[in-house]
Design a protein around this ligand. Structure first.
Ligand code: UD1
Ligand code: UDP
Length: 381
């Protein structure tokens, strides 16, 4: 039974980026006397989720443990939907929090809606308006917007996207992106942080070279896209002034091509996904970042690192407008050319390294809490 006047909030997440982006929200909710907060992880990711839980010291109250190696979206979705019924029966939340555009977030929003529980969506309103890019995230976000009661949009552009879809203005709050809160907390904790993983990472970096940090995992790039990316990395690695560091996502559809095509290349260091503090440290050491990640596009401007985005569309258009990111798709020629330009042109490099971040200032979770305090969660709709 909930204490009188205290609202029960259940945070539901399943993948690495959701965990990173909800960690600062959890931290504030957990300290707040008006809320009783619990965490349910679906474990859509297992190892990559656990790395984040451990760094931010989050112990889930519920763990659906749904990940199966190489699992498809349909079986993943049905496992989450099924598992959440029992969790809601036990937890009896007044509201759930979901984040972003993963299958976990959309299915959790659907399950909550079916159960008559309010849905708060963090990082609402991102759009490419291309249903296959990114796939399935663009449709996941649109569906979640239909299901949500409160929409925490990171930017004005995201708010405008929601208004265009007919969401009522008083249900939308522009807060900045909580990933910046997480990043700033991570940087602070990193000052005294020591781990065998960080020591081993430091030992693998050649300080005389320009580090090119690579990540990639998008479903729409499986197959030819990843072959092209690997081909580009092979070409770039022929330069003696670079070291390519690539923590490889655990999806077998990524691991297989990357390890088979790049496993023995000079100047390319492949490694397991890094814990968040190790990854922040590595971003700080990098010359530039080559990625298809959403979260990294948002973090990099705070660190003054140019980002080349290996996608055909991005919903983070603010970074393109600010000039800190550039879309390079998955064509090996364009990727190679764009990396070479940044390595050879100091003026361009300086222009793309601006430290102003259009995605937030580190106060997003505080703003979300302020909004929650103003809203009433107990009335049935
Ligand atoms: C998921 C999200 C994507 C998000 C990304 C962040 C969906 C549809 N996709 O994509 O939006 O950007 O996470 O990384 O929600 N695996 C492991 N261990 C892990 C994690 C993954 O072995 O810790 C392997 C498993 O074989 C798993 C596969 O990777 O089946 C794919 O994981 P999944 O969550 O379905 O897709 P991602 O590509 O990670
Ligand atoms: N990240 C990490 N370790 C890694 C790679 C990325 O901690 O080896 C962090 C990164 O800083 C960012 C988030 O994971 O906060 C991005 O996750 P991902 O690229 O998997 O998902 P996306 O943001 O594309 O949904």
């Amino acid at each position: 039974m909930n204490k009188k006047g205290v609202k029960k909030i259940l945070l539901i997440f399943g993948t690495r980026p959701e965990a990173i982006k909800l960690a600062p929200v959890y931290r504030l909710l957990n300290q707040h006397p008006h809320f009783e907060t619990e965490v349910c992880v679906t474990a859509q990711h297992r190892e990559m989720l656990d790395q984040v839980l451990s760094f931010f010291q989050i112990t889930p109250n519920y763990d659906l443990n749904v990940m199966k190696k190489g699992q498809g979206l349909v079986s993943l979705s049905s496992a989450i939907l099924d598992g959440l019924k029992e969790v809601f029966d036990q937890a009896k939340p007044d509201a759930v929090f979901v984040q972003g555009d993963t299958t976990t977030s959309t299915i959790a929003a659907l399950a909550a809606f079916y159960s008559g529980i309010k849905v708060c969506h963090v990082e609402a309103g991102l759009r490419t308006l291309n249903r296959f890019s990114p796939y399935p995230e663009e449709i996941n976000r649109q569906v979640t917007a239909r299901l949500a009661d409160l929409h925490f949009a990171p930017t004005i552009a995201a708010k405008n996207n929601l208004l265009d879809e007919g969401i009522e203005p008083d249900k939308i709050w522009v807060t900045g992106n909580t990933v910046i809160d997480a990043l700033l907390q991570g940087i602070e904790l990193l000052a005294d942080y020591k781990s065998p993983e960080l020591a081993s990472l430091k030992a693998q970096i050649d300080p005389t070279k320009n580090v090119i940090l690579v990540t990639g995992h998008r479903r729409e790039s499986f197959g030819d896209g990843f072959k092209q990316i690997c081909l580009a990395l092979k070409k770039i690695a022929q330069r003696t002034d670079v070291q390519i560091i690539y923590p490889v996502h655990l999806n077998p559809k990524v691991q297989e091509p990357v390890y088979s095509l790049l496993g023995d290349e000079e100047n390319i260091t492949l490694m397991k996904p890094l814990g968040y503090p190790e990854f922040i440290w590595l971003m700080q050491q990098s010359f530039l970042i080559l990625t298809d990640s959403g979260g990294i596009q948002e973090e990099a401007p705070s660190l003054g690192k140019p980002v080349l985005v290996m996608r055909n569309h991005t919903e983070r258009t603010e970074a393109l407008e600010a000039g800190t990111a550039q879309l390079v798709g998955t064509n090996s020629g364009l990727i190679t050319q764009s990396v070479n330009r940044l390595l050879n042109d100091d003026t361009l490099y300086r222009e793309m390294s601006a430290k102003e971040n259009p995605f937030g200032d580190g106060s997003a979770s505080k703003q979300i809490l302020e909004c929650l305090n103003e809203k009433e969660f107990s009335d049935p709709k």
